[in-house]
Structures are given as C-alpha cells and as structure tokens.
Write a protein that binds this ligand. Structure first.
Ligand code: NAD
Length: 513
C-alpha cells in the first residue's frame, strides 16, 4: 500500500487523485543545471507502485469511458484555463530542472496547451463513419471506442510539452492514463496532474509515476496497460517498440534525430543564418527538432559559415531565468561532458572547428553545466560527429556539390525526424518536399513542428510504430474502431416481447414465481 506523502522529503507519485509516497527504496537526484545544485530527490518507482497506479487507472476507466465526450470536453476546457493561469509556474519548473530559458519554456508550454485546445474538440473527433444501404436495407457504421489504461513515457527535454502531446488526447478519447516523465525533470508533470484534478478530472483518470528503467519495464509488462506512447532516444524507442509488440500492446515510440538544413546558394543567407542559430543552439541544442547538421550547397558554404560563426559567437549563455540569456546550460554534468567529448572527437576526426564552446565560463555559476556554442566545418558523413545524435550546442556543416547530392545525403541518414530547405526557388522547394524521406519538412522554416491539429512524428529510426502523436493520428492511436453492419427487417409477425420467455412462452414474472 502507498502511504500519504506529506512526511517524505522525496517527490511523491500521483495516484488515484492524490500524492502518495513511492514504495521503492531507490531514488535519484534532480539538479538545477544552472547552478549544479541538487534541488530535490525523485523516487524510482517499483513494480508495486506501477501496479497501484494501473489499478487506480483501471478502476476509473468504466465510469470515465462512459462519460459523454461532451462532458469530457468541458473538463478539458476548464483544464485549459488552469494551465493558462499557471503558465508562469509551469515554465519556471521546466526551466529550473531542464536549464532552458524561460521564454523557451513558455513557448513549448504554449505548444502543449494547443494540444489541450485540440482535445476540447473531442465530440467531433470521435464521430465515426456511416454508409447507408451497403446492401438492400443494410447500413454499415463505425464507432471509435477507447482502449482502457494507456501509458506515456517521456524524455527530459520537454518536461511539459511532450507529456501534453499524449495524455490530453488519450483522456479526451475516454482512456485513463499513467505517465512516467523523465526522472531528470519530474516536477512539472505532478503539477499538471494537480491542476487537472482542480479542473474536475475524476480521481484515477490521470496518474503520474516517477522512475527509471525499472518503472518503464513494469509498464511494458503490465497486462492491464493497453497502449504505450514513448518519446526519447532511438535505442530505448526500439526497445519499447519491440517489448510492447511482444506483449501485445499498441505502441508508438518516437526516437532520436539528426535534422538537416539544406541551404541552396540562392537562399537569403542573412535570414537563413538567423534561423539556423535559433534552431541549432536554442535550448542548448537539446531539441528533437534542433537543426544539428547543415548541408551547404555549392557557393552557399563560405558566406554561410562566416555568418553562423559570427552570430553563434555573440549568443549570451547563462542561467535560463535571466531575461537577456539566449542559451542555458545542458541538463546534467554527465550530458555536458558527453557533448564536450564529441567536440574533442570532431577535432580528432579532422573536421575544422570554427567555433569552440569548450572554454566557456559563466561568472557566478562556475558549477553549472554550461558549454558555449560550437561549429564544425568540412564535416563528412563518415565522422561520428555527423553520424551520432550529439544533442547539444554543436552544429556540423557538410558541403554538397549540388542539390541532388544534398538530397541523397539527407536520405541516407537513418534518422528522419525533421528537415528544412532554404531557397528562393519554389520549384526546388517543391522537389525537396517530394523527394526527401523525412517525416516533417520545413520550407524556409527551420523547425517545422506541426501544429496540434496536425500530427507530429518522424520516419525511419525517429519513429517505431505506425501513428504519429496528437492531431488526427493521436485520436486514431488512442481509440479502436468497431464496425457494425445492421439491418432492420420490416416486422411481419407480432413483435418480440422481451418479457416473454421464448422457450416456455411464460412471462418472466410468471416463471420467477
Ligand atoms: P532517453 O531515451 O534516455 O529517456 C526517455 C525515457 O525513457 C525517460 O523517461 C527514461 O526514464 C526512460 N529510459 C531511459 N533509459 C531507459 C532504458 N534503458 N530502458 C527503459 N526506459 C529507459 O531520452 P532522454 O535523454 O530523456 O531524451 C533525449 C532523447 O529524446 C533524444 O534522443 C531526443 O532526440 C529524443 N526526443 C525525441 C523526440 C521526438 O519527437 N522524436 C522528442 C523529444 C526528444
């Protein structure tokens, strides 16, 4: 049994509409990346905790799934207001544990809130299809019904937005939900759960567990969990996909990325460089849609490298809560050191380091996990700094002779989350959108994240599964289709009376006597 959490210094779990303490003895430390200090502890839930959360969600499912979609939507509308009222607090929590700037945190919160706006339209989105007279007097129609208990497992880089990609849609569809956020950024999810309760969500419909692989494995093997949505790195995404498939669960597992921007010589290079600086170094490069590789075509290369170097060198790096700061620290010391290791490696591999972020010191915050922006030129597809997802403020530039070579290079990469082309030619942009084998494409837009009413997802190693998140594909993922074929023949005999027992011809009341 989970005990009330008040007496514990650890963060709680959120199960059955309230805070409870984990039954596990294992925990991790949450740091503020701007200062390097431990700010709270997070429990690593065990299978008993996951069992309790799933039991609460299972208990809540019958009543919630029978609640009319219109009533579910009204709770979503109230939730929207609560999220809006608490914008600043949620953005601060995300920035404090992740390190990103407050404006960046607020921007990603807005994209999450838009998914709740989308979910408010659920009565319309759940309408099925109907075909009259598929045979003589026969009609055929389909229903979209919820699955049961669904689970979400999310990464550190969007503590608010990525959970919001999942649970509002799942819950609006009539499912109940267990969320396991990243153990590096655990607090925002707990606050979102509290706000959902205040908005009128019945207890047990939304639950939050904290933890690491042990909690994830308990989710993947729990027989009462019907569907799993995952966002994180490619190796873990593949593992989640394979394990869920083995266990007969519906799964969508979004993985890592290496997003290319192809810059053609006719592009407005000033505009392009500004766009690329934000896309490469915003959120310290810790975005799944960050541009981490630039493919400069022909004579675009020289002037582009010069502009990128000058602009990146001017970026203000520091604690995310300070207004003029443009780039915050990396999420943990270990991750900062890993990214630094890639800069060392790039030099060894023979790439030209035109801007080196390794020496950066942020005065007054010497223990923070900072790294300045770095830029490599003359990178080749064989180098590890190109092949691997670095997930930090390191931009690599490759040179292509022509447009065809650039397209081939992008299409050879096993990651295929997002990409962008910069050009003034409509014809070339149209060829790019047609030929490029990537899930989300920008045309003079560096980070082409689809709006909430479209669906988000990559191809190849960036997504294992069939359906993308939120938007229409999200509704498909969180519902199953039932198709009914029916006829109502004209009654020629006396209508059947349900109170008459067909075998004895006695009324039910007579038989019971
Ligand atoms: P991660 O894969 O390390 O962790 C993601 C989640 O999986 C966390 O909740 C974590 O606790 C859990 N986890 C970690 N290791 C596990 C294991 N061995 N077994 C089971 N569960 C495990 O990812 P991260 O470092 O938190 O996030 C960064 C990654 O997420 C990057 O690769 C980034 O590209 C990716 N990402 C992708 C998208 C997308 O939409 N495709 C969006 C955001 C982030």
């Amino acid at each position: 049994m989970n005990k009330p959490a008040e007496t514990f210094s650890l963060l709680p779990l959120w199960i059955g509409g309230g805070k409870v303490a984990s039954q596990s003895a294992r925990f991790g430390e949450v740091t503020n990346p701007a200062t390097g200090e431990v700010i709270r502890r997070v429990p690593f839930a065990n299978s008993a905790d996951i069992g309790a959360a799933v039991a609460a969600a299972k208990l809540a499912f019958p009543a919630w799934s029978e609640t009319p979609p219109l009533k579910r939507a009204r709770i979503m509308m109230r939730y929207l207001q609560f999220l809006e009222k608490n914008r600043e607090q949620l953005a601060r929590l995300a920035s404090e544990e992740h390190g990103k700037t407050l404006s960046d945190a607020a921007g990603s919160l807005q994209r999450g809130i838009e998914v709740v706006e989308f979910a408010c339209g659920i009565p319309h989105l759940l309408k099925g299809e109907h075909a009259e007279n598929v045979g003589a007097g026969v009609d055929c129609y389909s229903l979209k019904q919820p699955l049961g208990v669904c689970a979400g497992i999310t990464p550190f880089n969007f503590p608010v937005m990525v959970p919001l990609w999942m649970f509002p849609v799942a819950i609006a569809c009539g499912n109940t939900f267990v969320l396991k956020p990243s153990e590096k950024v655990p607090s925002a999810s707990l606050r979102m759960a509290e706000l959902f309760k205040e908005a009128g969500l019945p207890d047990g419909v939304f639950n939050v567990v904290q933890g690491d692989k042990e909690a994830v494995d308990a989710i993947l093997h729990h027989p009462d969990i019907k569907a799993v949505s995952f966002v994180g790195s490619t190796p873990v995404a593949k593992y989640i996909y394979e394990t869920c498939a083995k266990n007969g669960k519906r799964v969508q597992a979004l993985g890592g990325a290496k997003n290319h921007a192809v810059v053609l010589p006719d592009a407005d290079l000033e505009f392009t460089a500004d766009a690329l600086i934000g896309a490469a170094y915003g959120s310290a490069g810790e975005r799944c849609m960050a541009i981490s590789a630039v493919v400069a075509v022909g004579e675009a290369a020289e002037p582009l490298v010069a502009k990128l170097r000058d602009k990146a060198a001017r970026l203000k790096v520091g604690p995310g809560h300070i207004e003029e700061v443009e780039m915050g620290p990396l999420v943990t010391r270990a991750h900062r050191d890993r990214v630094k290791g890639y800069i060392d490696l790039g030099e060894k591999e023979g790439a030209q380091l035109v801007l080196d972020g390794r020496g950066l010191k942020v005065s007054g915050h010497e223990n923070g996990f900072y790294l300045g922006p770095s830029l490599f030129d003359h990178v080749t597809p064989q180098m590890a700094i190109y092949r691997d997802e670095i997930f930090g403020p390191v931009l690599v530039l490759l040179r292509a002779r022509d447009f065809d070579e650039a397209i081939k290079l992008v299409n050879r990469n096993p990651h295929a989350n997002g990409t962008a082309v910069f050009t003034r030619s409509g014809a070339l942009a149209r060829r790019f959108q047609h030929e490029i084998e990537v899930g989300m494409v920008g045309i003079n837009v560096p980070i082409p994240v689809p709006m909430a009413f479209f669906s988000f997802g990559g191809w190849k190693n960036s997504l294992f599964g069939d359906l993308h998140v939120h938007g229409p594909e999200g509704v498909k993922f969180y519902t199953r289709t039932k198709t009914i074929t029916g006829r109502w023949p004209e009654q020629t005999e006396k209508p059947w009376d349900p109170l008459i027992n067909p075998r004895t011809n006695a009324t039910t009341t007579e038989r019971d006597e």
